[in-house]
Design a protein around this ligand. Structure first.
Ligand code: HH2
Length: 275
C-alpha cells in the first residue's frame, strides 16, 4: 500500500438499494448521514437516487432528481467534502453539477445518455468511468468473459480515449472495474487480484466492494449467507486488498471502520521488514 486511499462515502437516496434502501429517502436524514460520513473521514460524498443492484428497475428522471437534488443542495457549501452524483442520466448530472456537485459517477461510463460525453466536457467536472456488462436489470444473468481483466481494461482504455476525444481533460477522469456489475464471484476476485494491471491506464482507480454480494458468498458460515448489513468484516478485507492493489479511491458505506483499518494497515506497512 503506498498512499492511503481517499474514501467516497455512499448515500443512497432510494427505496430499494441493496444494503440501505429506504433508510435515507428523507432528505434531512440523508444530509445528516452524509455530514456524519465526513466527520468519519469521507473525502467525497456519493449521492445516488437510482439503485443499480441486479434486477433493479429504471427510475424516471423526475423521480431521481426529486430524490437527490434536495440532498445535493443541502450539502453544497456545508462541507469540505467533494460531492459526487451517482447517475447514468445526463439530465440528473447537469442539474446536480449546477447545484454544487463536482464529480459525475457514471456506472455506464457515459454511454447511457446520447449527450453524456458532450455534457461532461462542457460541465468540466470530474468523471468516473465504470466497467459494466449489461444494464442493472440483466447484468447478473450468466455473465461470461474470455478474461475479465483483459476485457475490463480494454473497455476502460477505449472509454478514456473516447472521453478525451470528446473534450474531457484526462486529468478529470477516474476509472473503476465495476465490482459486481455483470460479474460472477470468480470474475470479481480476478478483478481484485488483477488491480495492479489497471495502474497502466494512468488515471486514478476507484473500487467499490462495500457490502456486495460476493462478500456474502465467500463469508457464508454454515447455511446462512450473511446479508448486506453483516458484511463489514469482508468489506474491510476487500477494501484493504483493493488499496494494496493500487486503488486510490474506495467507495464505502462504513467510512469510520474502513478508515481505521486502512490507517492500521498503512502504519504496519511502514515497519515491514524483509526476511
Ligand atoms: N457500486 C454501486 C453503485 N455505484 N459506482 C461506482 N463507481 N462503483 C461501484 O462499485 C458502484 C457504484 C452499488 O452499490 P450501492 O450504491 O450501495 O447499491 P445500489 O446500486 O443498490 O443503490
Amino acid at each position: 500500500m503506498s498512499a492511503i486511499p481517499l474514501l467516497m462515502g455512499v448515500i443512497n437516496v432510494t427505496p430499494d438499494s441493496f444494503s440501505d434502501g429506504g433508510t435515507f429517502l428523507d432528505p434531512g436524514r440523508a444530509i445528516d448521514h452524509a455530514l456524519r460520513l465526513v466527520e468519519d473521514g469521507a473525502a467525497i460524498l456519493d449521492i445516488g437516487g437510482e439503485s443499480t443492484r441486479p434486477g433493479a428497475d429504471d427510475v424516471p428522471v423526475e423521480t431521481e432528481l426529486a430524490r437527490v437534488l434536495p440532498v445535493v443542495r443541502g450539502l453544497a457549501g456545508r462541507t469540505a467534502a467533494a460531492i459526487s452524483i451517482d447517475t447514468r442520466k445526463p439530465e440528473v448530472a447537469r442539474v446536480c453539477i449546477g447545484e454544487g456537485a463536482s464529480i459525475w459517477n457514471d456506472v455506464s461510463a457515459l454511454q447511457f445518455g446520447a449527450e453524456s460525453l458532450a455534457l461532461a466536457a462542457r460541465l468540466g467536472c470530474r468523471v468516473v468511468l465504470m466497467h459494466a456488462k449489461g444494464g442493472p436489470r440483466t447484468m447478473q444473468e450468466n455473465p461470461r468473459y474470455e478474461d475479465v481483466c483483459v476485457e475490463a481494461l480494454a473497455f476502460l482504455e477505449s472509454r478514456l480515449e473516447t472521453a478525451v476525444r470528446a473534450g474531457i481533460a484526462r486529468e478529470r477522469l477516474i476509472v473503476d472495474p465495476g465490482i459486481g456489475f455483470g460479474k460472477t464471484l470468480e470474475h470479481n476476485l480476478e478483478l481484485l487480484g488483477g488491480l495492479p494491471r489497471f495502474a497502466g491506464l494512468g488515471v486514478p482507480l476507484l473500487v467499490g466492494v462495500s457490502r456486495k454480494r460476493f462478500i456474502g458468498m465467500i463469508g457464508r458460515y454454515g447455511d446462512e449467507e450473511p446479508g448486506p448489513g453483516d458484511r463489514l468484516g469482508g468489506s474491510i478485507a476487500a477494501a484493504l486488498a483493493a488499496a494494496a492493489g493500487g486503488a486510490s479511491l474506495l467507495r464505502v458505506h462504513d467510512v469510520s471502520a474502513t478508515r481505521q483499518a486502512l490507517a492500521v494497515a498503512a502504519a504496519i506497512q511502514k515497519y515491514r521488514t524483509r526476511p
